[in-house]
Design a protein around this ligand. Sequence first.
Ligand code: HEM
Length: 263
Amino acid sequence: MTGTAVKEPAKKKPFVLDLYATAVGKKYVMAVTGLIGIGFVITHMIGNLKMYLGVIDEGNGERAYDIDIYGEFLRELAVPLLPRTYVLWGLRIVLIAAVALHIHAAAGLTKMNHEARSVKYQSARDYQVANFASRSMRWTGSIVSIFIVWHLADLTWGFVHPDHVVGAAYYNISESLSRIPVAILYIVGNVALGIHLFHGVWSLFQSLGWNNPKFNAWRRNIAIGTAALIVAGNVSFPVAVMAGVVEYDPAAVTHPVGEEAGE
Ligand code: HEM
């Protein structure tokens, strides 16, 4: 067949984009990006538990809060193979992309659901259950999104934190969460996250096709367990600060920060 001109077929969209255009594709993206988010939230909570370890002796006569040493470790990941904060920025980019895709797919699914309203559920009960779940996901998802922006402005950038000091996590947490309205905000944000995670973990098994009936009791337990673990750990932080269990002490460290150090 050499020399025969073959007519080019019409340009087709890449397979992944075709898949993403469908509800199944969007649900898959929500499940995978949701798993990335859960991975972050669990790791972040475990890292924050370090605030309970207080001050440690670094062995060279230096004393610092363990959580601040952990923060420095994250910024120093893969140094000297890569410059400082490169790995951290790589992880941040993955997380930002995951959150953006998660929200984009959620908005797309909502739009598709509205357009498909002519297809009614079999019974009013089914309708109510499905409607409540998806409505509560939109509400809790929005509250969590607002919480994250506020949380970054508080503890990472410091716009809404009058005494913020870059890199001093223990000090920043202790100063911020000791304000009652802020502590309440952290509790509300994390309870919303817990509700979101409960339904999210439950649905992601469905979206990824892991819905064997034998597995359903486990599915429920995993969803409850994940949500409860995150809520218990994260709500304990504002409570611990309010109770004075976590309280910055400039005399306990060799390089104090904040007003006491005249910064
Ligand atoms: C009471 C609970 C929480 C505490 C005490 C806490 C504490 C912190 C602190 C101290 C930082 C700043 C680290 C630094 O730059 O020095 C931080 C960053 C961050 N937190 Fe939280 N956090 C909590 C809950 C959450 C939740 C529930 C989410 C997400 C759903 C979240 C998402 C983030 C993100 C995305 C960053 C930025 C990470 C980075 O810059 O690499 N946090 N958190």
